[in-house]
Design a protein around this ligand. Structure first.
Ligand code: BGC
Length: 415
């Protein structure tokens, strides 16, 4: 510095400042705070930093993302949107319609996303023909997880029908074991509910009831049977289920405090993060029923922000997220499968391989269906209306007749 002229020193400082400013920036809003989720999001953070990006983490705890979405609304209303947000399903288009999402088509086109993503999933990422979100993974929602030694000790096979599930649960209950690990939060109740709708009604019924919101399906005898089964399941949870976080329910299965959990395969991320092995410590199987794959695709949308550093950060994030290396490493941790069709599954476990095979088969059979509980099927007001009824029924002695009436009314009022 001693030999520098004042002018040179000033230019050097300006240069440093310019270089610093030019680093891609991203403030990332997400709800990945459990053990498995945190390991998975750390992969993105690392890849972003390795490419020179500066990551500002904005985690908002709360499974299913309700709290994160409230935080997002507050930020957007105050005119200070985060650069990248975990957002999915029709909420992406809703935010686009409010005029606050950035167009990431330049990255998507340069990286040929249309050639490597399944068409049905790519559709969720587009707004008025533009790419407005980058998909991370495919989670399957309709899974049952079980503690292997509990099943073996009690002579129980993984159930393939709801009758078998009930028989297994009755047997476990009689033996003093909590059959079902569950957290009483609306989104968790809804997660179970939609797997019962699929299992009892089948894929066409699921589509009519929870995607098309057909009033006949909502009030049908089939829907009454769904609520009957929900009432049975309520009898299989422990006394402390209210408000429990989903990952604590997973831990109950891990620790032998409960036999089963019905949850999407982010639960597998928890088992893996705790060093548990599929097929050895725990087993996975699709929830009872003949067919159907309820998908839940995590994705990131970029919000309109000022500043080249932030816009560069958005481009870099989008590129990394759909890139093959991230898709492999992230999903190995997250419990999901890559959304890209060209990523090898060699390093993935049998649950992931089954997920990928079923997704393909269900895709061909027309039974690859969007999850209602995880915001893939409906607008927030509609899924919210359904979830309220499901939770009200689960936490009371409401009859199935009353539940279907309430369901049809709530849905009609939400339109
Ligand atoms: C998200 C998952 C997440 C889970 C629990 C789901 O809605 O799609 O990524 O792990 O909620 O928080």
């Amino acid at each position: 510095m001693k030999h520098m002229t004042a002018f040179a020193a000033l230019s050097a400082a300006t240069l440093t400042a310019t270089v610093a400013m030019a680093e891609p920036q991203a403030e990332v809003l997400h709800w990945w705070t459990s053990g498995g989720e945190a390991k998975a999001v750390a992969v993105l953070q690392k890849q972003f930093s390795d490419r020179g990006g500066v990551w500002t983490d904005m985690p908002v705890a709360g499974g299913g993302g309700d709290a994160a979405m409230s935080a997002l609304r507050a930020r957007v209303l105050s005119g200070n949107a985060p650069t990248a947000v975990q957002l999915k399903g029709p909420a992406i288009q809703e935010w686009y319609d409010e005029g606050v999402l950035a167009d990431i088509s330049d990255v998507a086109e340069a990286q040929h996303w249309d050639d490597v993503l399944p068409a049905q999933i790519a559709e969720h990422m587009k707004c008025d023909g533009h790419w407005c979100a980058a998909p991370v993974n495919v989670h399957r929602v309709n899974w049952v997880w079980a503690n292997k030694s509990i099943l073996e000790a009690n002579g129980i096979e993984m159930p393939t029908t709801w009758e078998e599930f009930n028989a297994a649960a009755d047997k476990l209950k009689a033996a003093g074991i909590t059959p079902l690990a569950h957290g009483g939060q609306a989104w968790q109740d809804a997660t179970i509910f939609e797997t019962v709708v699929l299992g009892i009604g089948g894929p066409d019924f699921y589509q009519k009831a929870l995607v098309d919101l057909d009033p006949d399906a909502l009030t049908s005898d089939t829907m009454k049977s769904v609520f009957d089964e929900m009432r049975k399941l309520r009898g299989y949870v422990d006394d402390n289920f209210s408000g429990r976080d989903w990952n604590l329910a997973t831990a109950m299965v891990m620790n032998g405090e409960a036999a089963f959990q019905i949850m999407g395969d982010w639960a597998k991320g928890e088992f893996l993060a705790a060093g548990k092995e599929p097929g050895v410590d725990f087993v996975c199987a699709p929830t009872p029923g003949d067919a159907g794959f309820l998908y839940n695709v995590d994705s990131f949308a970029m919000f309109k922000v000022d500043g080249k550093d932030k816009q560069d950060g958005q481009k870099l994030l989008a590129e990394l997220i759909v890139g093959p290396s991230f898709q492999e490493t992230f999903n190995l941790n997250k419990g999901s499968i890559p959304v890209r069709t060209d990523v090898s599954l060699d390093k993935f476990d049998d649950c992931a391989k089954k997920s990928a095979a079923d997704m393909k088969a269900d895709g061909a059979a027309g039974s690859l269906l969007p999850s209602m509980a995880h915001g893939m099927a409906l607008h927030g007001a509609q899924s919210g209306a359904i979830m309220d009824v499901v939770t009200a029924h689960f936490n009371s002695d409401m009859s199935s007749d009353d539940a279907v009436k309430m369901l049809a009314d709530a849905v009609a009022n939400s339109m």
